[in-house]
Design a protein around this ligand. Structure first.
Ligand code: NDP
Length: 611
């Protein structure tokens, strides 16, 4: 068996007695009742709310003098994308790499998020970057947040990325200065950094967002966002022991992947916990386990990329290659696993249309299995019913947790379903209003997520980004992305982008980021070698790629529109924008080959170099 950590990876037992027509109607009804004012319902963490983004409960922000310096490459963000970029640049021989990061250390989301119970929901062997390069094997299948944070520091040390890094530093503005052919970076610390090249690596979980609940500013108790957990108030740490909550009534707003992990700890330690739920998450069995180090010693060089590819195939492709083993074998790959077993039993290979229909049915079956599981765990029938998710599998981030559902069997825990009112109705000085009733609480914890797919200026959290002739990037992309390969855009020389923009989407984000930064490192390396000080995407290069995207893109609008609102579908706004950006239709592998061929040609087609 490929994973070594599991026994035979068999298809799961799902349920066959489902009424597809009735379920489809139910899904639609559950979506419709939650549709509301898109991203406008969320408060941006600025002005009076800036502390929910800018303050650091983990480490004191020490005073320092402003830095005035020239730098070859500045990477904006010290999370996974920034760390991999830094590593690849160093490997490509670019020595002068400076990472600027709001957190007090590397890690990005894993620096900030230290809430109780924090763990990665993905196979750590796939998810944690550069494991082979730094010679590290995670201690369990789903690693704790602390282990991932430490791993980020390990990467930083291994590749010398601490040199010149600026922590606790928030970028305020990025302006292209044609005279010096550099980006001028201004920060909240008064810095003036003049960067030859900049790489945008802020990641999707960069900026917390707050629910715009009327009266939120009036609450007189204690309130914080899960990404800035206040252990001074709760006591304990990420492993629990929140002893200071023993005499506190606590409310948590939100039931996404974060809340699923934190709620069991709050339920255990708070005098009373009220969970305000608008849309339930999928919560399956966790099946976490320690790594079998003996097996790990048998891994051959190149194993991580191979495993990441395997995960991408099983979690993301319409049908993974038949005969290939599912190495990860968890909830992410379950639908494919069952589908493959079905296909294998068919006398003839199915058509694409048949496959799509089979996958949809499998999706409904797997979701039904998960709904019925809730009835087995949660004793209160009304609570069990409210906890059932009615949407397709990938509409919300799938979760697994062994204690979440059982928490609702505790006498000190109350579930309040706020789906009919499209969210919590109001916050008062004393607590939360839902269903016309006021719940008095001492503390409100906002598990309300991040600016993941909202407008760029909200997501980046940078006041201005101006390229040639002072054109704002936010205006330049107001009607949609325009790029070459999703990584650069006309009018913004020497600036490179990572993430879901206009590339081939990978089911494994770490793998996708690696693909992007390797390509960016190549371009920067070539520019330096060729003595160029300016690399800009030509109009022709950009138009060509945008045409390719339009011609090859698959329309996700309908399937996303059917999802309950959330960051995956831009909160169900009329103009649906996917979390995945504007993807290259033929997918990750074709895109990977296309980039490799482009590099092999060596003419940097679509870019204009000058000095
Ligand atoms: P989410 O955006 O997933 O969840 C936000 C929650 O807040 C939702 O349940 C939302 O309801 C609710 N909410 C928002 N506004 C209101 C309101 N006015 N009234 C009531 N409820 C409201 O944020 P998370 O922090 O949970 O997760 C974000 C992402 O972070 C995950 O999806 C995942 O990608 C990542 N993550 C990853 C982990 C990992 O293991 N790798 C662990 C934790 C998080 P609704 O759904 O109805 O909008």
């Amino acid at each position: 068996m490929g994973s070594g950590l599991v026994g035979a990876c068999a298809p799961t037992e799902t349920v066959d007695d489902i009424d597809l027509t009735a379920l489809r109607a139910k899904y639609r009804q559950e979506r419709d009742k939650r549709l509301r004012d898109g991203q406008a319902q969320y408060i941006v963490t600025e002005g009076d709310f800036a502390k929910y983004y800018e303050s650091d409960p983990h480490m004191p922000v020490l005073p320092r003098d402003p830095v005035s310096a020239d730098a070859e490459v500045v990477v904006l963000g010290g999370g996974f994308a920034g760390l991999i970029a830094g590593a690849r640049l160093k490997q490509a021989g670019v020595e002068d790499v400076r990472i600027i990061e709001l957190g007090g250390d590397f890690g990005g989301t894993w620096y900030w998020n230290r809430y109780p119970g924090i763990q990665c929901d993905n196979d750590a062997l796939c998810y944690m970057p550069l494991l082979e390069e730094v010679n590290y094997i995670p201690s369990k299948r789903y690693a704790d947040g602390a282990e991932i944070y430490e791993h980020s520091q390990r990467i930083g040390r291994h590749f010398g990325l601490y040199d010149g890094a600026l922590f606790h530093t928030l970028i305020r503005a990025l302006n292209w200065d044609e005279d010096i052919r550099r980006w001028r970076i201004s920060t909240n610390r008064g810095d003036d950094i003049r960067a030859r090249f900049v790489i945008m690596a802020s990641g999707p979980f960069n900026r917390p967002k707050l629910p715009g609940i009327p009266g939120i500013e009036r609450f007189k108790g204690h309130m914080f966002h899960t990404a800035r957990w206040d252990y001074d108030y709760t006591g304990g740490d990420a492993t629990g022991g929140l002893h200071k909550l023993a005499d506190k009534k606590v409310a948590i707003i939100g039931t996404g992947a974060t809340a699923i992990q934190a709620v069991p700890y709050l339920g255990k330690d708070a005098q009373h916990l009220t969970v305000f739920q608008r849309t339930p998450s999928i919560v399956d069995a966790r099946n976490n386990r320690p790594t079998d180090y003996e097996w790990a010693r048998t891994l051959k060089p190149g194993w991580q990329k191979e495993r990441q590819h395997n995960f991408h195939d099983w979690a993301f492709e319409l049908i993974p290659g038949l005969g290939q083993q599912d190495q990860v074998c968890d909830i992410w790959t379950e639908i494919s696993r069952n589908l493959v077993a079905e296909v294998a039993a068919m006398p003839e290979a199915p058509s694409i249309e048949q496959l799509v229909a089979m996958r949809e049915r499998e999706d409904y079956k797997v979701m039904e299995r998960r709904r019925r599981r809730i009835e087995d765990v949660v004793r209160d029938k009304a609570a069990a019913e409210a906890l059932k998710p009615y949407y397709r599998y990938q509409c919300k981030r799938p979760c697994s947790n062994d204690d979440y559902l059982d928490t609702f069997n505790r006498p000190n825990v109350t579930l309040v379903d706020v789906s009919d009112s499209k969210g919590v109705e109001a916050i008062t000085e004393r607590g939360i209003v839902a269903g016309g009733r006021e719940y008095e609480v001492d503390c409100i914890i906002l598990a309300s997520g991040f600016e993941i797919s909202s407008d760029l200026n909200r997501r980046f959290g940078i006041d201005e980004i101006r390229g040639v002739d002072g054109v704002s990037l936010y205006d330049h992309w107001a009607e949609g992305y325009r790029t070459l390969h999703g990584m650069s855009t006309t009018g913004f020389p020497n600036q490179f982008f990572t993430g879901f923009i206009q590339g081939g989407v990978g089911g494994n984000t770490t793998l996708m980021l690696q693909q992007q930064v390797e390509h960016i490192a190549y371009i920067i390396g070539e520019a330096v070698k060729r003595g160029a000080t300016r690399v800009e995407t030509s109009q022709q290069g950009q138009e060509g790629w945008v045409r390719t995207i339009r011609e090859t893109s698959f329309d996700m609008t309908d399937s996303l529109r059917e999802c309950t609102p959330g960051y995956q579908n831009n909160e169900g706004e009329e103009k649906v924008r996917s979390l995945l950006g504007d993807p290259f239709g033929p997918g990750f592998y074709v895109f990977d080959q296309l980039l490799a061929d482009w590099r092999a040609k060596g003419d940097l087609d679509g870019l204009t170099l000058s000095n």
